[in-house]
Design a protein around this ligand. Structure first.
Ligand SMILES: Cc1cc2nc3c(=O)[nH]c(=O)nc-3n(C[C@H](O)[C@H](O)[C@H](O)COP(=O)(O)OP(=O)(O)OC[C@H]3O[C@@H](n4cnc5c(N)ncnc54)[C@H](O)[C@@H]3O)c2cc1C
Length: 423
């Protein structure tokens, strides 16, 4: 891997997501050697992936080069590599580009889409966890519009214009709102040969309300916002199958569609090699203690979505959102410095800053500890927080410019089929 043997401890971080990046940043002033590994050479700001999928933003404005994040740390190395195996006995990992010894290993690999073992759904539906996947969705939506325009039967046209989103959590809700904006503002203006009324957006949720992790207040408001945009909401509905033509469910709801976007859940994807006892059943997350040490290992840590830390306030582990990942990354950086200088590490406590979701222009819901609200002010707060959380000044300026342009013109300018999607 061409990484020099250090005379200080080597920290190997697998994953440059929210957790890994914040850990690397918090070690910037230490004298430790940092090796950051990721299968991509960029950090992805996942909360805005849905805007790439719905043509609101270009992908490069929500991604950021990982080497640039490390530039201030002299004793740091980035390698683009897929980590395949951990050998805890010899403190070594195997990657797609070779083997590497570690003194401390941090697993920050996030999660992957959960298809609940249904191969047909996995083969035919569209996940949205990465930039390439978001671009696939963007291409498919735009290709469908073009195909609908030349379809020779009403049935075929409707299937191209029928968009089914499975999962009514924040991702599904935000995407449904954004696709509804294409229907309401772009189709009538630019697709004169299509009847925008034929475009349907169905949001399917297994629970009895959308946004189940948020308050009832937020769910009620979000449902009203979605309905006002023309989204059809189906609650208490579980998808049984999708064969590429028809979605079947546990109820008598059957939908013919060319597009199913799967936002129904995530699962951990542990790396081979660690003791199965260190992995929590069902969620596939590494069981960690309050210092993020993986169960049974002193020098291996897990942070962010892949870590399962049960505490009094969070007996089922922390929510798989950005804040626990950021906070764990920051604290583990400080703790690694403590551990390598013979000091005691500090236990992690999650500071819940609240949650939010947006449902299109001027519409969002915000849940704070003592205060819940929705509407224009919530939308403004949502925009401000997401803008300021983006990595990189350039990205913030580009996103701000795009949002302002789209707001004034009711437009989504990134409607380009640059890399066609083949089913
Ligand atoms: C569409 C979507 C919308 C979301 N919206 C929100 C939101 O609005 N608010 C919010 O708080 N949270 C949101 N989340 C959740 C949030 O993005 C995650 O909780 C957060 O990204 C977790 O950070 P992480 O560092 O643990 O993992 P990630 O950010 O997923 O990073 C993991 C990294 O590890 C790399 N990796 C994985 N396996 C390997 C391997 N074997 N070898 C090398 N590299 C590997 C990946 O390439 C990736 O870069 C959203 C998630 C998605 C998918």
């Amino acid at each position: 891997m061409n990484i020099p043997e250090p005379n200080v401890p080597r920290i190997v971080i697998i994953g440059g997501g929210f957790a890994g990046v914040n850990l690397a940043k918090s070690l910037a002033n230490s004298n430790l050697q940092i090796v950051l590994l990721d299968k991509h050479n960029y950090h992805t700001f996942q909360p805005l992936l849905y805007q790439v999928s719905s043509s609101g933003l270009e992908p490069d404005s929500i991604a950021y080069p990982l080497r640039k994040i490390l530039k201030k740390h002299k004793n740091s190395f980035f390698r683009m590599a897929d980590v395949e195996q951990i050998d805890a006995t010899h403190n070594q990992i195997t990657t797609s580009i070779g083997k590497l010894h570690y003194d401390y290993l941090v697993i920050a690999t996030g999660t992957t889409t959960n298809f609940f073992g249904n191969a047909s759904i996995e083969a035919n539906s569209m996940p949205m966890k990465s930039v390439p996947q978001a671009l696939n969705i963007r291409s498919l939506i735009l290709q469908n519009f073009e195909k609908a325009a030349i379809a020779n039967s009403e049935e075929a046209r409707k299937a191209y214009l029928n968009f089914v989103i499975v999962g009514g959590g924040p991702t599904g809700v935000e995407l449904a709102g954004a696709i509804a904006e294409l229907k309401n503002h772009i189709l009538p203006r630019e697709y004169h040969d299509l009847n925008s009324e034929h475009m349907q957006i169905h949001l399917l949720e297994g629970a009895d309300r959308v946004l189940p992790p948020m308050s009832k207040h937020a769910s009620t408001k979000a449902e009203a916002f979605l309905k006002s945009l023309g989204v059809k909401i189906h609650t208490n509905v579980f998808v049984k199958n999708y064969d590429g033509i028809e979605v079947t469910t546990n109820s008598d709801l059957v939908l013919k569609t060319e597009t199913v976007i799967w936002a129904a859940g995530v699962t951990g994807a542990p790396i081979n090699g660690l003791n199965p006892d260190s992995i929590k059943d069902k969620t596939n997350r590494y069981i960690v203690n309050r210092c993020n040490q993986v169960k049974g290992y002193d020098t291996i840590f897990a942070i962010g979505d892949i870590a399962y830390m049960a505490t009094e306030n969070f007996p089922n582990g922390h929510p798989q959102v950005a804040q626990p990942a950021i906070q764990q990354g920051k604290l583990l950086g400080k703790n690694l410095i403590r551990m390598t200088t013979n000091q005691t590490p500090k236990p992690f406590t999650y500071h819940d800053k609240g949650s939010m979701a947006t449902i299109g222009r001027n519409k969002a819901v915000v849940d704070l500890k003592h205060f819940k609200f929705g509407g224009f002010f919530a939308w403004f707060i949502w925009m401000f927080i997401h803008l300021m959380s983006l990595v990189g000044f350039r990205n913030r300026v580009i996103v701000f410019f795009n949002w302002t342009y789209n707001y004034i013109n009711f437009d989504k300018a990134a409607r380009l089929i640059i890399r066609p999607f083949k089913k």
